[in-house]
Design a protein around this ligand. Structure first.
Ligand SMILES: Nc1ncnc2c1ncn2[C@@H]1O[C@H](COP(=O)(O)OP(=O)(O)OP(=O)(O)O)[C@@H](O)[C@H]1O
Ligand SMILES: [Mg+2]
Length: 412
């Protein structure tokens, strides 16, 4: 009989909180059996700004997912966002121990520990230490050194840390909503799970999750993450600009943006007209659609310039043959790929989440790449140690449980 089991992902974003329940088959396939989407109140730019409001938003989304699935959630993988997140690469070196001089699991763990021993100030919390690849007695590009004969083992890692207070506030909100944390995963890496192909990651690719309050980016080369960062701009900035530029309410600006907006000015003719309500005035105003799109284009091209600068900072400008993959709700904007192509000077595609089945009707759009990616992350790390680190003693119990459960699921 197939042993089926469950993974839960919670993404508390700036505009919405999503809880997903996935059933993982013995062969590792993930099927969504429940989801709950609630408007997000209390989160600003990807970070908790009000504990009570955030807990209520999270609890609402959890309840919806539980009701739909009939499954009671006890623990979850949780997405972390916000521009407090920073990354660096670090190398760890150890002598291979043991009589036979064969690389063991313990050697790999010691090498990773050595890489982890970078200076992390006390107000920062480690979120990920991801092995990118190994160097065995000087031979580079080894993906799995286990069992290789060697004297010296080096590991190259990508290390992600966040502000301890921000991470703790998010953890507190999840715990207060009655759910233990299996693992914290930064949004860009979760989104990458649901959108990037292995070939893209091997060739070199950038993923940008354009959310409401933040844009989470990650650069992959040689199959592994090389750089990650969070920019404090998102689709809400575009809506704000539209509201100010057209003197209209935020709600209306959002509606007009989604219905009539485009980031690609070449597609917009001067004779296209729109009728827009004006704040504090009875009648509306007639404007050129082009005026709306100029406002949108200005903000979006600034955002893509910032993304381009981040790629430069990673040292991979002009070195990402697979180009950029845009996802997140902000990537649903009309003309966004065309504009990104112009600004970034690389191939661009907009991606919806892939790789899971089940109740996907509501979820098959770019706004759900991060929560779906959480489930894929959980399913993929089933036969290895979780790469993230829990943030407090009560949480390491959660990670420990996940590891035990995963070991039980995939013995050997
Ligand atoms: N069809 C659409 N066209 C244009 N923009 C859209 C569309 N649908 C959603 N958006 C924008 O996407 C944004 C929300 O994206 P998303 O759901 O990915 O954000 P989030 O995860 O809540 O926030 P963050 O990741 O920044 O914390 C909104 O600001 C909205 O304006
Ligand atoms: Mg998001």
């Amino acid at each position: 009989m197939d042993r089926e089991t469950f993974l839960v992902g919670i993404d508390a974003g700036t505009t919405k909180v999503t809880t997903l329940i996935g059933e993982v088959s013995a062969t590792g396939e993930v099927n969504i059996i429940g989801y709950g989407i609630a408007p997000s109140v209390g989160i600003k730019k990807g970070m908790v700004a009000n504990i009570d409001q955030t807990v209520t938003s999270i609890a609402t989304s959890i309840e919806k997912a539980e009701r739909l699935s009939g499954y009671k959630i006890s623990s979850a993988l949780v997405a972390v966002g916000g521009s407090h997140i920073s990354s660096q690469n670090s190398r760890g070196v150890v002598a291979v121990s043991g009589q036979k001089r064969e690389v063991s699991r313990e050697d790999i763990a010691r090498a990773t520990d050595a890489a982890k021993a970078v200076q992390v100030p006390s107000n920062r919390e480690l979120l990920h230490v991801i092995p990118r690849g190994y160097i065995v007695d000087g031979q580079e590009g080894i993906k799995d050194p286990l069992g290789m004969s060697a004297v010296r083992l080096e590991v190259e890692t990508h290390i992600v840390a966040g502000a301890a207070t921000s991470v703790q506030n998010l953890s507190k909100c999840i715990t207060n909503a009655g759910v233990a944390i299996d693992e914290l995963v930064i949004s860009s890496l979760a989104a990458a799970e649901a959108t990037l192909t292995d070939t893209e990651k091997e060739l070199g690719v950038l993923v940008a999750d354009i959310g409401g309050g933040t844009t989470d980016i990650a650069v992959f080369t040689e199959g592994a993450v090389y750089h990650s960062a969070v920019l404090p701009v998102g689709a809400i900035n575009v809506t704000n600009d539209v509201a100010i530029g057209l003197r209209t309410s935020l709600n209306l600006a959002e509606e007009i943006k989604i219905k009539h907006g485009s980031a690609h000015l070449a597609d917009v003719q001067p004779e296209e007209l729109l009728n827009v309500a004006v704040l504090g005035e009875g009648g509306g105003q007639t404007i050129q659609r082009r005026k709306l799109c100029e406002i949108i284009e200005a903000r979006m091209s600034e955002m893509f310039s910032l993304i381009g600068e981040e790629v430069k900072r990673s040292g991979h400008a002009g070195m990402l043959p697979a180009g950029a993959v845009l996802t997140g709700g902000g990537a649903r904007l009309d003309g966004v790929a065309e504009l990104a192509r112009d600004v970034l000077q690389m191939p661009v595609r907009v991606a919806s989440p892939q790789g899971v089945g089940g109740l996907m009707d509501q979820l098959s759009n770019p706004a759900f790449s991060t929560p779906i990616g959480l489930l894929l992350w959980g399913a993929r790390h089933v036969d290895s140690e979780p790469l993230g680190f829990a943030t407090g003693s009560q949480l390491s119990g959660g990670v420990g449980r996940l590891v035990d459960w995963l070991r039980g699921l995939f013995p050997g």
